[in-house]
Structures are given as structure tokens and as C-alpha cells.
Design a binder for this molecule. Structure first.
Ligand code: AMP
Length: 629
């Protein structure tokens, strides 16, 4: 088999070294998963591994009783001398919690939350930065059977409101503020705005992180420090398919969708893949650079590593602030062993010289979230890892809950930029529109052919979309990922990108339709088309092509403001171009013609107004900012 073979020193100590794991998992699929499941603690064993009688509503470990918090905290809490979590604030503060301290903190918060009225099945929104209390809050919810709905702290008040409303959250946990690029962000103010017109929130718990001044509603708000109560709470014994959390993500519509994840199946999936793919062991320190508010933060920033008993490193701020190479400083300072990140971050720090840092503690690097180009992968492998550590490229989605495709670090030869093969226990295919497998190197739809334990249970309150998005194109037994990919003759996969109107920016999913919808809220805008443009650092940026009665810098700034207020800074466009008309054919905007003109300098011949693309071809592909044509 071709590719770069896993480094020998790594292989010697790896969790999984026997290549027969693939065939064994294929032949004894149930046993493969059940073996991992039995390594977790269950109150009652499951009666049935999989109930697929109501496909595509698949249910795993049916009848099993479990608690995620117990598995992540209680069973390791005897380790009084071992860190569960090490935290670094952007301004350099540092704090750590042993497993025993985490156990006590989680219990104390769980008690307090119960006192507030939170119970099994209550929905609790967490609008929190990367601070230890956010991890404690997730686990405290899990402990009492409440369902957490984490909202990325960078989202605007309106984005937060949508998620709070749609999930019918009754409680909100937030913080006064946090630091980002040296600025103190008043999160409480955004949280207040988010629930201004939504009357469903009974209590707001506020963590005092930054000590900034905040508005405090005596009737509704309580300080975190006043909520926690010394003492213990027995973990709530929940059914395997009791929802653990809801995580929102962009689909091909204007509104984000809430993916509901199970407790038992999800935990088995992230526990198994933490060991299989990230090679996690209890003595590891894993730094998952994603915010807790994304699925990566949940699965490999909290639940996976804690279920294995490893130590989490949690960092609050920007990876390149105040020093461009802060990422390497952090790895060196704490002796991080597993570094799991996104290609955008790697590109951001690629100007740093890794040889100036002691990175010898690192024994595995992983990436996720967006395609990685061969040069970036090779820099990680050669310069950062010194050809001493495997660099796994993991493919998965909010919907899948955990890894689906990746190299097994001691077994799969690495091919730069490839995501490796379907993991043992998974079956994927790349097929054409008619459902037939495409030939090697031909691009097709990436699909998953077998259910797996971590898959979402449903979309919150929206059964129609669940079926329509994922289970309509190829039927109720083949999951449509909306990604395009190709495979080589050895089964290694390269993911090309999304086949729908969703864009991956810095590893975050953003719907182009959601952006267009928002921009149409600016009164000077008559028409807009959002197009993903390639970008050297971020992978892609948003290009907005706008028809306006007032094409100007000022209108451009209004558009940016509208996006930041409605969605958040992550959706800020890289380029705004005002033009007299959008390229059309039979009345429909042709996005491909815009892309071809700007990026490939090609003029589409099939337009009803071909003259409009002429001026677009003159724009530099790297042009950024606001341009009036
Ligand atoms: P999210 O649900 O936010 O994690 O985004 C999932 C999407 O990110 C996938 O559908 C892919 O488009 C993309 N993605 C995730 N991992 C990778 C990867 N390793 N390589 C390429 N694209 C990826």
C-alpha cells in the first residue's frame, strides 16, 4: 500500500496495532461496538444493540441505562492526584482541576441547578466561553439528565436567540465576559439581548469570569457562585437514547438545525474513536483547539477524552494572540501530547518556526473540519511533528457525533490531504446521482451505508427536514452527507467540499442562504448572491455580490454590521462587490458564473446578461474588502 507509513516508535505504543481490526469489525460489527460499550459503566445492560425497525430513526443500545457524567467523572474521581482539566486564559492565567475536584464541582453545580428547578429533560442553553465552568456546566446537566444546548460564544445575540427559542430552553448559563484578542467581550449583554423577547427562560446563571460590569435582573439572574452548593447528587439513570445535548449547525436553508444526540450511543462512539483515532490513553494531555460550542469541542474536547480518563487542555483565547506563535508556546508550556486542530489554525501559524519550541511531548496530531492541502499537511508532518508522529485527518460532522473516516494512526499509511479510510465499524461509499459507486478518482457523493452509535437521533422539532436533508436522495438506509469526495484504488478518500450551499470557514459551517437572507435585511440591498471563494488562510471566504441602489463603502459597512449582528463575526464576508446586475440565465442567478469569472477568469457563455461577468474577470482572485464595479 502506498503512502507514508506510521512512525515505528508510535506504532510500538499504539492502542490498536493489528490490521485485522478492519475485517473483524466488518464481520462482527455488533461485537466490535459492544466491546467498546462494555468498557463503559452501565446501570443496566442493553437488550438490543440496534433497533432499525423505524429507519431512519436508528436506536442503539436499546434498554441500556447509563449516565454520561458518571462515565466521564465519577469513575475516575478516585484519581485525586490527576488533572482532568488544565485551563489557560487569554491573559495568561492558569487553573487546573483534578478529577476529584471536577467531581466535587460538578456535583455542587448539579445540586444548585436542581434547586433552581432543572430536572431530567429540562433544556439548558449554555452561552459560554472556553472556561472550566463551561465544562462543569455540560457535565452537571448530563449528571441530572438535563439536555444542554451549547451556543458558541462568538455568535451574535440574534443567533443565540434563534437557538434558545428553537430548542425551547428554560434556563441559560452564561458568563459576564471573556477575553478575545485582548478585548473584553461583554457576553452577559449579548445574553440579555438574546432573551429580551423570549419569555421562556426562567433563570439565568452568570459565571463571574472577567469581573466586568453587567446588568443584573434580580428576579431572573443568579450568580454561579451563589448557585453551587456543597454536597452530592446521584447521577440520574437515563435511557441510552435519552438526549444528552442538542447542537445547532447550518444546513442548506436559512435557519440552523438542532441535531439531537443520544447518551449511550454517542458516548460509545466518542469513547471508541478517542482511543482508535486519537490513540488516547489516561496519561495524555489533549488540546482540542475548537471552542466548546462546536461539536468538536463536545466530542473530543470533553466527552471522549474524559470518558477515557485523559487530561483536557482548555484555552480561552485566540491561538495567535498576543504572540503569533502562542499555539506552540502553549504546547510547550503544558507538554501537550495530542494536538487536535483545524487547518485554518495551522495556516495561521505556518509563519512560526516550530524548531524554536520544545514540541517533543506531542505524539499525535489531528485535523478536522475542512480540507487540508498537501503543503499544510506536510508542514505539520515534517516541521511540527518531525516525521516522528502521525498526522491524522479526521472526517465527520455535527450530525455524525464522532469520527467516521480517518487514518488509524498505527495502521493506515498517510497520504497528504487524504482523510484515510472508513474507520472499522463504518461503511461508506462514493456514488453518483443514480446511486452507483463511481470509479477511483471520480468525484461523487459521499454517503454512509450503515448506521453507527453516535449518529444524531433527529433534528429538534423538525422531522420533515431530517428525512428531507439526509434520507431522501438515496433512501432511508443511506445517509447523504452533502459532501463531495473521491477515492483512490486503495480506498483512501479525499474530501473535495460540500455539494450544497454550505460553506466551511475556518472549520465552521455557514449556510450561504442564511447569509443571503440576512443581507436582504439591509434596505439598500436589492439582490445578493453569496459565493464561497478560495482563501489561502481560511480555506474559503464569503464573497457577496450585491445589487444596490446605493453601491458604496457605507452600504458595504451596513451589510457587514447586519451580518455581525445577526450571525456573528465568523460570517463576516471577505469580499463585497457591488455590480449593476447579477449574472442570470432564465431569470435565475448563476453562482457558478460568478465563481468562474472571479476565480478562474472564465466568462460563462450561457447567460442572458454575459456583459456583467466581464468586469468580474478583472477582479484579482485575492481581492478583499469592498469593491464598487
Ligand atoms: P461540522 O458539522 O461543523 O463539523 O462540519 C462538517 C463538515 O465539515 C463536513 O460535512 C465537511 O464538509 C467538513 N469536514 C469535516 N471534516 C473534514 C475533513 N477532515 N476534510 C474535509 N472536510 C471536512
Amino acid at each position: 500500500m502506498s503512502g507514508i507509513y506510521p512512525p515505528k516508535e508510535f506504532v510500538k505504543q499504539a492502542n490498536f496495532r493489528d490490521p485485522a481490526i478492519y475485517s473483524r469489525a466488518y464481520e462482527n460489527w455488533v461485537e466490535f461496538w459492544e466491546n467498546f460499550a462494555t468498557e463503559l459503566e452501565w446501570y443496566e445492560p442493553w437488550e438490543k444493540f440496534l433497533d432499525d425497525s423505524k429507519a431512519p430513526y436508528y436506536r442503539f443500545f436499546v434498554g441500556g441505562k447509563i449516565n454520561a457524567c458518571y462515565n466521564c467523572v465519577d469513575r475516575h474521581s478516585e484519581m485525586r492526584n490527576k488533572s482532568a482539566l488544565i485551563w489557560e486564559g487569554e491573559n495568561g492565567e492558569s487553573k487546573s482541576l483534578t478529577y476529584y475536584q471536577l467531581y466535587r464541582e460538578v456535583n455542587a453545580l448539579a445540586r444548585g441547578l436542581k434547586e433552581l428547578g432543572i430536572e431530567r429533560g429540562s433544556r439548558v442553553a449554555l452561552y459560554m466561553p472556553n472556561i472550566p465552568e463551561a465544562v462543569v456546566a455540560m457535565l452537571a446537566c448530563a449528571r441530572i439528565g438535563a439536555i444542554h444546548v451549547f451556543i458558541f460564544e462568538g455568535f451574535s445575540a440574534r443567533s443565540a436567540e434563534y437557538r434558545i427559542r428553537d430548542s425551547r430552553a428554560e434556563y441559560l448559563i452564561t458568563a459576564d465576559g471573556y477575553y478575545r484578542r485582548g478585548k473584553l467581550i461583554n457576553l452577559k449583554e449579548k445574553a440579555d439581548k438574546a432573551i429580551e423577547s423570549y419569555k421562556g427562560i426562567k433563570k439565568v446563571v452568570v459565571v463571574e469570569r472577567a469581573g466586568n460590569e453587567i446588568e443584573f435582573d434580580e428576579k431572573r439572574d443568579v450568580l454561579y457562585s451563589d448557585v453551587v452548593e456543597r454536597g452530592k447528587v446521584d447521577p440520574e439513570i437515563v435511557d441510552s437514547n435519552h438526549p444528552l445535548f442538542i447542537m445547532y449547525t447550518s444546513g442548506s436553508t436559512a435557519e440552523p438545525k438542532g441535531m439531537v444526540h443520544s447518551t449511550g450511543g454517542y458516548l460509545v462512539h466518542v469513547y471508541a474513536t478517542s482511543k482508535l483515532v486519537l490513540d488516547l490513553k489516561p496519561d495524555d494531555i489533549i488540546w482540542t483547539t475548537a471552542s466548546l460550542g462546536w461539536i468538536t469541542g463536545h466530542s473530543y474536547g470533553v466527552y471522549g477524552p474524559l470518558s477515557v480518563g485523559s487530561t483536557l487542555l482548555l484555552y480561552e483565547g485566540a491561538p495567535d494572540y498576543p504572540e503569533k506563535c502562542r499555539t506552540f508556546e502553549i504546547i510547550e508550556k503544558y507538554g501537550v501530547t495530542i494536538f487536535y486542530t483545524v487547518p485554518t489554525l495551522v495556516r495561521m501559524i505556518s509563519g512560526c518556526d516550530p524548531s524554536l519550541y520544545d514540541l517533543s511531548s506531542v505524539r499525535l496530531i489531528g485535523t478536522v473540519g475542512e480540507p487540508i492541502e498537501p503543503e499544510t499537511w506536510l508542514w505539520l508532518y515534517k516541521d511540527v511533528g518531525r516525521e516522528r508522529v502521525p498526522v491524522v485527518n479526521t472526517w465527520w460532522q455535527t450530525e455524525t457525533g464522532g469520527h467516521v473516516i480517518s487514518q488509524l494512526p498505527a495502521l493506515t499509511p498517510m497520504k497528504p490531504a487524504s482523510v484515510g479510510k472508513a474507520l472499522p465499524g463504518f461503511e461508506i461509499a462514493i456514488i453518483d446521482d443514480g446511486g452507483k459507486p463511481v470509479k477511483p478518482f471520480e468525484i461523487g457523493h459521499l454517503v454512509i451505508k450503515r448506521p453507527y452509535p453516535g449518529m444524531m437521533l433527529e433534528i429538534n422539532g423538525d422531522p420533515r427536514s431530517y428525512i428531507q436533508f439526509y434520507w431522501s436522495k438515496f433512501g432511508k438506509r443511506i445517509y447523504f452527507t452533502a459532501d463531495s469526495a473521491f477515492m483512490d484504488e486503495e480506498g483512501h478518500v479525499w474530501v473535495v467540499g460540500r455539494s450544497d450551499d454550505v460553506l466551511n470557514i475556518s472549520g465552521h459551517r455557514i449556510s450561504l442562504i442564511e447569509i443571503e437572507h440576512t443581507v436582504m435585511g439591509v434596505k439598500e440591498v436589492k439582490e445578493v448572491s453569496a459565493v464561497a471563494l478560495p482563501d489561502r488562510v481560511k480555506g474559503s471566504v464569503i464573497g457577496l455580490f450585491v445589487v444596490s441602489e446605493n453601491p458604496s463603502e457605507k452600504t458595504g459597512m451596513r451589510i457587514i454590521e447586519e451580518i455581525e449582528q445577526n450571525i456573528g463575526k465568523i460570517a463576516k464576508p471577505g469580499l463585497i462587490v457591488f455590480l449593476p446586475e447579477l449574472p442570470k440565465s432564465s431569470g435565475k442567478v448563476i453562482k457558478g458564473a460568478i465563481y468562474d469569472a472571479v476565480v478562474n477568469k472564465k466568462k460563462s457563455e450561457h447567460l442572458s446578461n454575459p456583459e456583467v461577468v466581464e468586469s468580474l474577470t478583472k477582479l484579482k482572485a485575492s481581492e478583499r474588502g469592498i469593491v464598487v464595479l
